[in-house]
Ligand binder design. Structure first.
Ligand SMILES: *Cc1c(COP(=O)(O)O)cnc(C)c1O
Length: 394
């Protein structure tokens, strides 16, 4: 029997059985549904994209996977070269892993060992309230989301602050000698409630991290590849370590990467074996994943995705103009993301079924009714999703 994610198995609703998928559409036996959440925000090019599918087919005809211990291959080399030029600053060192959570663990281990390799101990991590960084243990500790973490103890080595510059300055004032890193979901906090904040907070964080030699980590597992309306938030403020996942492979295969800057890499590069980075997921650098990720980035670049995303933002703003309902606290829009935050989570009961009847797949959580659409969505399809959201309040 399948044990489903984030569900009380005793009361969970029947999942929709998908038998085919194409473009923005998911197909059940008798329904055609627009996927308004891009399979957890990853399927940016839609399903069954001919070029992506072909990239996998082509690589599978050679080999699907070889380990990276003592072996290497062209797809993983090409992808790391591509990321080196595609990403800002000196984010040049790519450590691959099989999921976003693991890539976050890798980033946090790198930040901690950055100091121990230099004979220093700095134990504390600064992170944000309402943050989500994955479901593995350290990722959970730096995260701050009751719904995910209530069953586990809070750890003292993590300090959570709101996205306010005063709180940021205060935390650095008090803890800077003990901080090894600060980790954030930049501009858009996803699973913690689709919260959006200003770039000035990150600019100040960059200054303070420089001043006190604290590693700045951007978890762009969700925000990377255009979701905030920027290619990467790292284009605006450059972190020391960048974590990418979800859309990295266009949502085709689970894969992620932790990209370190020169300064971080240099702290590991030495004649001392004990300075090596001791981590190595079995499937890191998987050849199918790397091939499809390369193709995904190529399509993203050549088909002018940033203008597609600007269009999506414009349509969202246009469709939501003048919308208000007493049950809805706020409508937030950024890049390819829209969230209607309601006052009471129970008012979202029944929305999944309401949307299904109208040919839209949606999965609200907490107090968020939201959409994170594939970037290839057409205007009428996007308007249909947005009207479905509004019509729920008629
Ligand atoms: C989804 C997500 C993760 C975890 O990625 P998985 O591939 O599910 O392990 C980490 N950080 C952020 C910001 C995410 O949205």
């Amino acid at each position: 029997m399948i044990w489903y994610p984030y569900e009380q198995m005793k009361t969970m609703k029947q999942p929709y059985d998908i038998i085919d998928a194409d473009g923005v559409y998911l197909y059940t036996q008798d329904k055609k549904l627009i996927d308004s959440i891009s399979s957890w925000w990853s399927v940016i090019h839609g399903y069954k994209h001919p070029a992506l599918t072909e990239a996998i087919r082509e690589q599978a005809s050679r080999f699907s996977h070889v380990m990276l211990g003592d072996l290497s291959h062209r797809p993983v080399r090409e992808l790391s070269d591509k990321l080196e030029s595609f990403l800002p600053g000196d984010l040049n060192y790519c450590f691959f892993s099989d999921s976003g959570s693991v890539a976050v663990e890798v980033a946090l281990k790198m930040a901690m060992q950055f100091y121990t390799n230099q004979g220093m101990k700095r134990k504390k991590v600064l992170s944000l309230t309402n943050s989500y960084h994955g479901d593995t243990f350290k990722a959970m500790e730096v995260g701050d989301d009751e719904d995910y973490h209530f069953a586990f103890d809070k750890k003292e080595d993590v300090i959570h602050i709101p996205t306010e510059i005063d709180a940021l300055e205060d935390a650095f004032e008090r803890y800077h000698e003990q901080l090894n890193c600060m980790i954030v979901e930049p501009l858009l906090q996803g699973a913690g409630g689709m919260l959006m904040y200003d770039i000035s907070f990150l600019e100040r964080a960059r200054q303070l991290c420089d001043e006190y030699n604290v590693i700045l980590i951007f978890d762009e597992v969700a925000t990377g590849f255009g979701r905030t309306g920027n290619r990467f938030v790292a284009d605006l403020v450059c972190p020391d370590i960048l974590v990418l996942g979800k859309a990295l492979t266009g949502g085709y295969i689970g894969h992620a990467v932790t990209v370190a800057c020169e300064k971080v890499f240099r702290a590991f590069y030495s004649d001392n074996d004990r300075h090596a980075f001791m981590h190595g997921p079995t499937f890191m650098g998987n050849a199918l994943a790397c091939s499809v990720a390369l193709k995904s980035i190529e399509v993203f670049e050549t088909e002018n995705y940033m203008s597609k995303i600007r269009n999506i933002t414009d349509i969202m703003r246009d469709e939501m103009r003048g919308f208000a309902d007493e049950r809805v606290k706020e409508v937030r829009i950024m890049g390819g993301c829209i969230c209607l935050e309601v006052k009471e989570s129970k008012t979202l009961d029944g929305f999944r079924e309401f949307a299904y009847e109208r040919g839209v797949f949606s999965r609200p959580f907490g107090r968020c009714m939201y959409a994170m659409v594939p970037y290839i969505i057409k205007e009428d399809e996007l308007r249909h999703i947005l009207r479905t959201m509004k019509d729920f309040y008629k």
